[in-house]
Write a protein that binds this ligand. Structure first.
Ligand SMILES: CC(C)(COP(=O)(O)OP(=O)(O)OC[C@H]1O[C@@H](n2cnc3c(N)ncnc32)[C@H](O)[C@@H]1OP(=O)(O)O)[C@@H](O)C(=O)NCCC(=O)NCCS
Length: 295
């Protein structure tokens, strides 16, 4: 299949045409009910719950080709779903890039569907997560209860988030950003600024949203010294009115922090550094003011 001349939609149709009769029947049968179940699960804190609901609808015997077929089916109407959700131009203009990447992934994939990619693709194809920049997706409905702020205080990390959380309006629906490891074109300061700006545009169109959150090891304060190239990830939001909530260490954070950087890996292995995850919380008023100031 020549990706240079095939439009994403032509590739999605080709993925469907390549399915066995049995897989095609499964895809056609579950596409609608599974989309509904995934959508109902989207507001849960568990990012992968929509994909788990789709797996339940598919049944234990479903093949990975059927999963790819389901994503291809939904991808044919992803743009319509995003338009129906009144997504701003900042989001809509990113779809050609993202759909081309998704088409390329689906047409070249075989074997097991990586669990993280599957969770991301279910959300993306159903427009439960939308593009924020070329390496960032934004979930449209993430919860943020007070528990994490309370644990931050009880852990002795200070009181700053209490005021920030209360000022932001407390419990509610937030946007949440995630990194797409399949295309890291925008994993740099300019790309992240684009993602924050896209989140601000979504907040403008959706007054019900509280702002933007993101959870990662790369917001950890010691990285300003250890990995200065990543310092903008924490400092730009902080300078724009965000606050940070301590989440703590964990195997997944250690593993991710050590993956690409020999410097961080050596510090972790020698016990001089413990990777910690932080929740970046950027309330809507401050986020929109930051975006306005950038224009
Ligand atoms: C998040 C991630 C994509 C960031 O990658 P990055 O922008 O290249 O930044 P890193 O700090 O990780 O850089 C890793 C190495 O690449 C090299 N590098 C990165 N940018 C460079 C540059 N501009 N010039 C020279 N070297 C560079 C360095 O050798 C660095 O190693 P060092 O810290 O020992 O100097 C990468 O760390 C990663 O893939 N992590 C695992 C997945 C992950 O954590 N995803 C986010 C989930 S929340």
């Amino acid at each position: 299949m020549d990706m240079q001349i095939s439009s994403p939609n032509a590739v999605f149709h080709a993925v469907l045409a390549g399915l066995s009769e049995a897989d095609r029947a499964v895809v056609d049968a579950v596409a609608e009910p599974a989309a509904m179940l995934a959508t109902q699960a989207a507001a849960h804190w568990d990012f992968s719950l929509p994909a788990a609901r789709v797996d339940e609808a598919l049944g234990a015997k479903a093949s990975d080709d059927a999963r790819r077929g389901l994503i291809a089916t939904w991808a044919l109407s992803t743009v319509d779903r995003a338009a129906a959700a009144a997504m701003p131009d900042a989001v809509m203009s990113l779809y050609p890039f993202w759909l081309e990447k998704l088409a390329s992934f689906l047409s070249q994939a075989s074997g097991p569907y990586d669990a993280d990619f599957w969770a991301k693709d279910v959300r993306f194809a159903l427009a439960l997560s939308v593009p924020g920049a070329r390496s960032q997706v934004i979930d449209l409905s993430s919860p943020m209860g007070p528990g994490q702020v309370v644990r931050h205080v009880l852990g002795g990390w200070g009181f700053t988030p209490v005021l920030g959380y209360l000022k932001a309006g407390g419990r509610g629906t937030w946007l949440e950003v995630h990194t797409e490891s399949r295309h890291l074109d925008d994993f740099n300061e300019e790309g992240w600024n684009r993602a924050w700006a896209t989140a601000a545009e979504i907040c403008r169109t959706r007054p019900d949203l509280m702002g933007m959150i993101g959870s990662s090891w790369f917001y950890d304060p010691p990285l300003t010294e250890i990995s200065p190239r990543l310092a903008h990830l924490r400092l730009n939001p902080l300078n724009g009115g965000a606050f940070m909530v301590h989440q703590g260490p964990g195997e997944i954070h250690t593993q991710r922090a050590a993956t690409a950087s020999p410097t961080r890996k050596a510090l972790i292995d020698s016990g001089q550094y413990t990777a910690r995850s932080w929740l970046m919380v950027w309330p809507r008023k401050a986020l929109i003011a930051w975006a306005d100031a950038r224009r």
